[in-house]
Design a protein around this ligand. Structure first.
Ligand code: NAP
Length: 346
């Protein structure tokens, strides 16, 4: 594409760092703000250039400059597209801010169902890739289908729930690496919000917040407000403390490993999964290794939540990688557990 005529909406040599919440330095050789499916179709088939899809930049670690084409998703739109006896169906453009979309479902028609996922940073289009989840609800529980542009052919394809192969913070996009090479670019996502709504308030932090507000039987709006309050208390606002949210996955270990760790550390939070494995709280493991609030170079682990890696000002990608490795080594040495980073590294 370097020697080809570029569509007029493709810029050259664009800053990326300012478009990510961790604010590490980095530039893109080519950059396009994508507001329509037609723009994607115009860029499809140009395979010589590496591509990367950027949403809100809230789950991204820049390790340097990118010599390819960054597609910044800005396809907007949110609408109620249907309703039957059992559910409402709402659709969002991939570039819509996730939290604003959740707020819209609650305010516009009061279609409950996404409230536990309030305030998760990112876009509607990025949400299915890692099957975002929080406080006992995950996107897959409310997902109906998505549309994506096949960047080899320029055609739109539709993926239903089975085709997305959702798992814990995982989907076919991650399994196939489509989120890295932009083979399929998500353009719109449709959610199914069941009319038979039940509050999900079993998580300790959320239950305590609702309790404190004396809400025994909260509605969806009240749950969203409680989730927002809990998250604001624990998680740094990227506008003042640059960060990329949870930096490591909560590890899933085999049952025998979980039993051994629980015997040695009775206060370790662990949760038995349907498949027999045990989920551990990564933040607890990191804190016990002494990394909560510690800094290496200009990168550190956040004081109020050890799972969040923060840029203390002017950090580089190399410093973030060094800190991530130091934390992984400490947790492996002390607990024998491998931590896997959650963000995408570019
Ligand atoms: P937390 O609520 O302190 O939970 C820590 C760990 O314990 C997580 O693995 C969580 O599972 C698990 N856990 C806690 N209570 C549980 C329960 N009643 N039943 C089963 N598992 C339980 O975590 P936090 O760091 O403060 O984050 C709050 C919520 O936001 C969590 O659900 C977390 O996963 C979510 N979150 C999601 C993303 C994302 O989607 N990328 C990013 C940041 C935080 P789960 O992970 O299954 O919830």
């Amino acid at each position: 594409m370097n020697g080809e005529k570029l569509p007029h909406f493709v810029e050259r040599d664009a800053d990326l760092g300012g478009r990510t919440t961790l604010a590490l330095p980095g530039r893109a050789a080519f950059y396009a703000e994508i507001k329509s499916v037609e723009q994607l179709a115009q860029l499809a088939g140009k395979s010589a250039l590496r591509r990367f899809v950027l949403g809100a930049g809230s789950n991204l670690v820049l390790t340097g400059d990118f010599d390819g084409l960054v597609l910044h998703m800005a396809i907007g739109g949110r609408e109620l597209i249907g309703e039957d006896d059992d559910a409402w169906y709402v659709r969002g453009g991939a570039g819509e801010d996730w939290h604003a979309f959740v707020e819209w479902t609650l305010a516009k028609g009061c279609w409950p169902g996404l409230e536990n996922l309030a305030l998760i940073p990112g876009t509607v289009g990025a949400a299915p890739i890692q099957n975002i989840g929080a406080y006992g609800l995950e996107l897959a529980d409310r997902f109906q289908s998505l549309e994506a542009c096949d960047m080899l052919t320029g055609r739109t394809v539709r993926l239903d729930r089975d085709a997305c192969r959702f798992a814990y913070r995982d989907s076919v996009f991650k399994q196939q690496g489509w989120h890295l090479d932009a083979r399929l670019v998500i353009t719109r996502v449709t959610f199914r919000l069941p009319k038979a709504w039940q509050p999900l308030a079993s998580y300790a932090d959320l239950a305590a917040e609702l309790d404190q507000r004396q809400l025994g039987r909260p509605n969806a709006r009240q749950i969203a407000d409680a989730v927002i309050a809990v998250r604001r208390r624990k998680l740094p606002d990227p506008a003042s403390v640059p960060n990329a949210g949870s930096f490591f996955h909560n590890p899933l270990v085999e049952a025998n490993v979980g039993e051994r760790l629980a015997a040695a550390h009775p206060d370790l939070p662990s949760y038995l999964q349907a498949d027999g494995r045990v989920k551990l709280a990564a933040g607890w493991l990191i804190e016990r290794c002494g990394w909560k609030g510690r800094t290496l170079g200009q990168a550190g682990m956040y004081e109020k939540q050890a799972l969040v890696l923060v840029n203390r000002g002017g950090a580089t990608g190399a410093e973030v990688l060094a800190l991530a490795r130091a934390v992984q080594d400490a947790v492996r040495e002390r607990f024998g557990v491998a931590l896997t980073p959650e963000p995408v590294f570019l």
